[in-house]
Design a protein around this ligand. Structure first.
Ligand SMILES: [Zn+2]
Ligand SMILES: [Zn+2]
Length: 117
């Protein structure tokens, strides 16, 4: 299987104290991933249940403590409250991109009502 440059990361940046994680991909795209989006769309079964659809789950600590690579296909993120069961595949992370180019078409928007903190 050839690697798709769109889902092959070149760099992951998450400066301490920042509220976004940045990923640069092999196709040159720079993704902006707000912590709120990453946490709210945590793909683990605890957050999402077993319904099969991914939805925004508000709450939880938004401090990104740790980023760990899983094999060659995903990252796990550890949050300030110790939650770390979400496995974010590169494909999923790319789909979560909230850069100005991707934002209008994202399938994973932040809720509009300002119910998040
Ligand atoms: Zn989760
Ligand atoms: Zn983007």
């Amino acid at each position: 299987m050839a690697k798709d440059p769109r889902t092959t990361p070149r760099a992951v940046k998450a400066p301490h104290g920042a509220h976004v994680m940045e990923m640069t991909w092999a196709d040159g795209h720079k993704s902006v991933l707000p912590h709120e989006v990453l946490r709210g769309y945590c793909p683990c079964a605890h957050c999402q249940g077993h319904g099969g659809t991914i939805s925004f789950v508000p709450g939880g600590d938004l401090e990104l403590r740790e980023i760990e690579q899983v094999g060659t296909y995903a990252l796990t993120l550890t949050w300030g409250d110790g939650h770390s069961s979400g496995i974010y595949t590169y494909e999923y992370l790319r789909a979560l991109c909230h850069c100005p180019a991707c934002l209008p078409e994202t399938q994973f928007p932040l809720p509009k009502e300002g119910e998040t903190t």
